[in-house]
Design a protein around this ligand. Structure first.
Ligand SMILES: NC(=O)c1ccc[n+]([C@@H]2O[C@H](COP(=O)([O-])OP(=O)(O)OC[C@H]3O[C@@H](n4cnc5c(N)ncnc54)[C@H](OP(=O)(O)O)[C@@H]3O)[C@@H](O)[C@H]2O)c1
Length: 295
């Protein structure tokens, strides 16, 4: 079997065209959604993520403003800026790009973001609501994964989903989303991590296998059930002297081998990545809709 390749780029484009219509409806009501981004320092990964958020926002008609701060900005100043954004009635969504420099307590800063404007979905209030099955902003990467599955016809309902990785960013919120008794969820979820003995015993049982470990090519074909749907969240740089930049990006899954066994698989790049930014834009629009009473 050669797997169907699930293109995050195509699904993201489909969602973005739906989002453009929602922006047009808001604009007709006199509101342009506004996303405020706070970027501290010049971490290359963060710079490139912020750039793709800016590009995506412009593409669909969201106003985006990135506040760029030097890497030695005190924590109190970052919090002050977040509080200004909280108070600014024009702002619908706030995103503080992580990782923050080491002298700043990331959890503390994220806590200051108003839950009503927390379009990244990381505030404890939103995470608590997620766990309880209440409406909230869903964290973008896990929400993007759910959308990919549903839109490609792989409804997680009744399926055994095995998630490799338990980070607050991906693994834990994805487990919380997929185990809800709700549309596009209702799965049986297993989460494995570095404390799990014999990971392959679990991954081989997965109807849907999600790799979110940050461990290059770690999921090999023998760890995957024939006909499984495989979602590769990992983005890892591996040395490649044949490339001008000296590296290439690979996922957590040994794509070439696993695609011969899986029913469907996401590539890296071009898989989960484009979905993450798209779900951030969707949350920003949702916030604007709520704040203007359209939703
Ligand atoms: N495409 C996107 O939009 C997107 C978004 C977010 C993240 N990512 C990528 O996804 C990957 C994971 O990100 P993250 O933030 O979740 O990483 P993280 O915070 O480092 O968490 C990794 C998780 O995987 C587990 N793990 C690591 N190696 C493992 C192994 N060999 N076997 C079993 N479990 C293992 C860790 O277990 P312990 O908890 O036991 O340490 C941890 O729970 C990274 O490559 C990141 O770049 C991509």
């Amino acid at each position: 079997m050669t797997a169907r390749i699930i293109s995050g780029l195509e699904i993201a484009a489909e969602i973005r065209s739906e989002l453009k219509k929602r922006v047009a409806r808001l604009q007709a009501a006199g509101k342009t959604p506004f996303l405020g981004v706070v970027l501290v320092g010049d971490d290359p990964g963060s710079l490139s993520y912020v750039k793709s958020k800016e590009k995506g926002a412009i593409e669909i008609g969201i106003t985006e403003n990135t506040i760029r701060l030097p890497g030695d900005t005190p924590e109190s100043k970052v919090i002050e800026i977040v509080e200004e954004l909280n108070r600014n009635p024009q702002v619908d969504g706030i995103l503080v790009q992580t990782p923050l420099p080491g002298h700043i307590d990331t959890e503390k800063v994220l806590y200051y973001i108003s839950p009503e404007k927390d379009v990244d979905g990381f505030h404890p209030v939103n995470l608590g609501k997620l766990l309880r099955g209440q409406p909230c902003f869903l964290p973008c990467t896990p929400h993007g994964i759910q959308q990919m599955l549903v839109r490609c016809g792989y409804d997680p309902a009744g399926k055994h989903v095995v998630i490799c990785g338990r980070s607050n960013l991906v693994g834990k919120p994805l487990a919380a989303i997929l185990l809800q008794k709700a549309k596009g969820a209702n799965a049986t979820v297993t989460v494995v991590h570095t404390g799990t003995s014999h990971i392959a015993n679990f991954t081989r049982q997965a109807d849907i296998l999600v790799a979110a470990m940050g461990s290059p090519l770690c999921i090999t074909a023998d760890m995957v059930k024939e006909g499984a749907v495989v979602i590769d969240v990992g983005v890892n740089r591996v040395e490649d002297k044949s490339r001008e930049r000296g590296y290439r990006l690979v996922g957590d899954v040994d794509f070439d081998a696993v695609k011969e066994k899986a029913a469907a698989i996401t590539p890296v790049p071009g898989g989960v990545g484009p979905m993450t930014v798209t779900m951030l834009l969707q949350n920003t629009i949702e916030s604007a809709e709520r704040r203007t009473g359209i939703l």
